[in-house]
Design a protein around this ligand. Sequence first.
Ligand code: PMP
Length: 378
Amino acid sequence: MSHLFDVYPLYDIEPVKARGSYLWDQHGTKYTDLYGGHAVISVGHCHPAYVDALTKQLHAISFYSNSVQISKQEELAEKLGALSGYPDYRLFLCNSGAEANENALKLASFHTGRKKVVAFTRAFHGRTAGAVAVTDNPSIVAPVNDTSHVTFLPFNDVEAALAGITDEHCAVIVEGIQGVGGIQVSSDAFLQALRTRCDETGAVLILDSVQCGYGRTGKFFSHQFSGIHPDLMTMAKGMGNGFPIGGVLISPQFKASYGLLGTTFGGNHLACAAGVAVLDIMKEENLLENATRMGDYLMEGIRQIGGYKELRGRGLMIGIEYDFPVKELRNKLLFEHKLFTGVAGAHTIRLLPSLAVGTEEADAFLQALETEIHVLTK
Ligand code: PMP
């Protein structure tokens, strides 16, 4: 019997070594990673410059508290602002995506003095109480999930957004591309309508960029295709390439922290060293361009294979929806072709590889997919 509380269904595989977009299990079997540990591995597993930066930091100082100067925080905020295109926004540091969303919701509420929130159908924002309340999951009925202040509007519906957001709302929270909800890409018109309506009503626009952000789509944030500027942007996953770190980018209109932000581990030396290393590598290796190039390459390859119902996504955030449940397909890819992929719902294969993924890994996936689709659809 395992002493661990049963939370996730587990494959009987233990990766014990990883490099770039490859993993090795306890028996020495090699796997290609098209899932990046759920969009977390941004610059590749065990990138030498990343390992070096963390090792150096560990030898210098790994933690103190938020009562002292930590110049790595400043360095991270400055580099993040510059690379993302938001140099005048300020950064709040925390440890996860859910925590980033919690703090963004709190900031919106303090800032406006209101407490109602608009979220969207199929949204996923995390598993802490506030984040669960804005997540569209009818099976969650715990008392911590007080949804009485939350209205769920249909995702990508401009008319509903224009009518549904009022001056009673403190915040509108939306994913630029819904990840858990099946790789649903928000339309430019939808995001622009949210921005307009938030300006008219004084509601704060929060872009949850935890999964779709950090360069994955070829732009730093996926909403940048639409030209809008959110008030708050939340991030985590790829920010630390495996080291837990999250953040909220906060527009200049927010003056104070209102005393209720903060967390013991947020902004610790090791997390910041990981965060700075990730940004340096992304810039040095032009990983945003690689995300665009390899995203197009994968999409084109998938299109040529065909057999799907719908292909969705942008850059290296790809969903392939089929008419049939994809559990067996995912298992075949894993056990017969030694390829890690993910799913989003019962019918969609989800790809979230490292931004440094290359044609060799992509070709291995495309070849395996072609073989399996051929068998499944013949
Ligand atoms: N927001 C989105 C869009 C996510 O995809 C996730 C994680 N799947 C989260 C928030 C929660 O992040 P974390 O698990 O780091 O709390």
